[in-house]
Design a protein. Sequence first.
Length: 364
Amino acid sequence: MKYKLSDICKYAKGKIKVSALDDNTYISTENMLPNKGGITKAVSLPTQEQTQAFMKNDVLVSNIRPYFKKIWYATFDGGCSNDVLVFRAKDGVSSRFLHYVLADDTFFDYSMATSKGTKMPRGDKKAIMEYEVPELSYEDQCRIAGILEVIDEKIELNTDINKNLEQQADALYQAFFSPKSGIEGEISTLDKYCAIFTGKKNANASVEGGAYKFFTCAPDSLQINSYIYDGNAIIVSGNGAYTGRTRFYSGKFDLYQRTYACTMLNGINPDYIFPLYWFVKLELSKKIMGGTRGSAIPYIVMNDLAKFEFIYNKESFDFYMPLFKVLTESIQANEAENETLSLTRDLLLPQLMSGEIDVSDINL
């Protein structure tokens, strides 16, 4: 037997003053991460006096395309935009179980299929509440949530470890390589060590389930069945809200036409890419974002990267390069594990919900 979503939850309807919020407690579709990745700090707050309120343990779901598949389980009270749906579990329903019901790709497919509008489709709030969910006891709800929560906790742990590793890399850079460190050496530019190139494809060239990474200017990579490079690379977003955002990738990948890749030139120690990655990552936003071209849509050009300056001291490079390499590769390993864990969770989720996997004898 099936319930309707309206049997296990309701829409929260409270309001909160914007003056009571900050960039940590305001949630919009823009600062919800795709593919169930959580949230980041808000770039700006709404201009109206009040906005929609949510409470700890509510489930927030972005309700506007292209922001479907964004979901967050609230860990604090706050406020959110009207393009975010706030679901609240009814009495006798596990709020964590509700979160996983709404995190199932089947729900997002249903929400998209019943959405209304053309330019910016929105999920139909009435139709959404007609979505069918399994009728399960509270105990089984908690078992299902518990199984999936273990995976999410490991993902969160890896994410926290990576934040710490990034802080260590930042501290290493500030102490021994930043201009304020007092390091002596020659002023060099990135193009003396790196080949710098962009992709040729539009963002719509991505293929769901493609074999390789496809980097655009958005925070999360897409997939594609072609690649233009295989190896270590510094990837830099070239325009839009994430202009200057820098990441490291090792493997086969393709690029959007406004996204840059920096790879080591022949004859240069290939491990130099590790300190250079952190130099670009930690200084690019400060050196470039303050003078980005454009106003409404900022962007950078090839020369901004090619002539990116840093202090080169061979002795310091050679001494600290292994540390930068270990930090970078450790972060990469945790990110790869998180991708595998996310895939495992998303494969398990519908099977647990449908009863294909029996949870009645599981003790958590």
